[in-house]
Ligand binder design. Structure first.
Ligand code: GDP
Length: 460
């Protein structure tokens, strides 16, 4: 069987050199797949907006809509009917909040969009991080109602933190829905006021001006979502694209399909039949049924028995795809959320210590040596400490301003060493952007984001 494995490995390699040709053959004629995360302060109207969009695009059948309408009327919360399109369980419905990263799909002229709906509640940011980690683009929803935009944008609101988070997680293109404009009589002045404030902030957060588009709309009335506006007041000052066109105009993301295979696990479940499934995104490379994969950090080998995208079986899947992978040859209890599947011949690194270039944006106490934190790396959440402050850097040029600083405050950039409580699978950012990013949190608040610059292997 070892010989068989060799033959297979050889075949596998041969396949991989041709992966671009295969990608073109498999996907050439179809619409580009885009993953979009929806972010914004709680009650900004994210669920209502996306629910209405999906209904207008015919993604929800009449019968279901009718049911939601009746149920919501009974509860006296009629405006919630659109939000329910995205929330599935009764518990969420009763609490009136979206709890997990629920998925839905719709099409634009040139794209197939999968929604990763991010919850707005503060406790749910870890879920959002795993949603945003898989996103190509983001839709930021802000409430234009007087006082409400300010609540979401000022300290303690989630507008800023979400925008910083998605940017730190690698999302560079953003659509901003200036939502609930019906509550301010479609005021151009209000639209401009909010847009100006956001522009300044988003630039600081690292978004390029050309990669951010602002759309006036109302998720509740459906104005300017999928059709040109009909509201007279809005028509007097706006003739730009509606939300669906803005989404269609996003550039297609890079698909690093020729790089070594890496897949980050964000869910594990028992499949039908033997074996079990892991699901997540193929970050780089491609994966075929029959491939051998290395599970890291545990470094166990497994075989891919089956592959599926949105429950449809595939022979091969590529970077950027969300896939469920049925594994055999490994015990389910030896795999955890946050683990990485990779090419055994070209594996990821495994280490518990690394250097990172971080940007600190939200600490109440300055970071000092030995500072305890929680590291988010893809779907992995792990306790760690900032074990060394190596140097403080100029934020824009990266030049060293100070060696061995005693502490790091807000708005500082620095090179630090991080010691994680146990080994994790990771990569240096310059080798693999997708696995080279981390978020740093303390007490449920994101305080910094960073890029891994060097992996420090233990000497024993
Ligand atoms: P989420 O927490 O961001 O998902 O917000 P929801 O979609 O649950 O909406 C929060 C509240 O705002 C609900 O009471 C909605 O009915 C209301 N709402 C949402 N969109 C609009 C809108 O465009 N206009 C108005 N007037 N109310 C809205």
């Amino acid at each position: 069987s070892e010989q068989n494995d060799d033959v297979k490995n050889f075949k596998q390699k041969d396949n991989k050199t041709d992966v671009v040709t295969q990608y073109k053959k498999e996907r050439g004629g179809s619409k580009e797949h885009l993953y979009m995360v929806v972010i914004g302060h709680v009650d900004a109207g994210k669920s209502t907006l996306m629910g209405h969009l999906l209904c207008s695009l015919g993604q929800v059948n009449q019968k279901t809509m009718h049911k939601y309408e009746q149920e919501s009327r009974k509860l006296g919360k009629q405006s919630f009917m659109y939000a329910w399109v995205l929330d599935e369980t009764g518990e969420e419905r009763n609490r009136g909040i979206t709890m997990d990263v629920g998925k839905s799909q719709f099409e634009t002229d040139t794209k197939l969009v999968t929604l990763l709906d991010a919850p707005g509640h503060k406790d749910f940011i870890p879920n959002m991080i795993s949603g945003a980690g898989q996103a190509d683009v983001a839709l930021l929803v802000v409430d234009a109602t007087r006082g409400e935009f300010e609540t979401g944008f000022d300290y303690g609101g989630q507008t800023r933190e979400h925008a910083l988070l998605v940017r730190s997680l690698g999302v560079s293109q953003l659509a901003v829905a200036i939502n609930k404009l019906d509550t301010v009589s479609w005021s151009q002045e209000r639209f401009n006021e909010i847009t100006q404030k956001l522009k300044v902030f988003l630039k600081q957060a690292g978004f390029k001006e050309n990669d951010v588009a602002f759309v006036p709309c109302s998720g509740l009335t459906g104005q300017n979502l999928v059709e040109k506006p009909t509201e007279n007041e809005l028509l007097t000052w706006y003739n730009g694209p509606c939300l669906i066109n803005v989404i269609d105009n996003f550039r297609s993301p890079d698909r690093p399909i020729s790089k070594p295979f890496r897949h980050s696990i964000n869910d594990i479940f028992k499949g039908t039949g033997s074996g079990f499934c892991v699901s997540g995104r193929i970050e780089t490379g491609s994966l075929s049924t029959g491939d051998r994969v290395l599970v890291c950090p545990s470094k166990e080998l497994a075989t891919v028995k089956a592959l599926a995208i949105e429950e449809v079986s595939q022979q091969i899947a590529f970077a950027g795809d969300q896939v469920s992978v049925t594994l055999s040859g490994i015990e389910m209890q030896n795999v955890s959320i946050g683990y990485i599947l990779c090419d055994p011949q070209n594996p990821v690194q495994v280490a518990s210590k690394f250097q990172a270039r971080i940007v600190v944006f939200n600490v109440t106490v300055p970071i000092t040596k030995g500072f305890p934190v929680v590291i988010h790396h893809q779907s992995l959440v792990e306790p760690a400490v900032i074990s060394k402050l190596i140097s403080q850097l100029n934020k824009s040029t990266g030049e060293v301003i100070k060696k061995h600083p005693r502490c790091l405050g807000n708005n500082s950039s620095a090179m630090v060493e991080i010691q994680v409580s146990r080994p994790i699978a990771l990569e240096v950012y310059s080798d693999c952007k997708e696995l080279g990013r981390i978020m740093i949190r303390v007490g449920g608040v994101t305080i910094a984001a960073g890029l891994i610059t060097k992996v420090i292997l233990s000497t024993n």
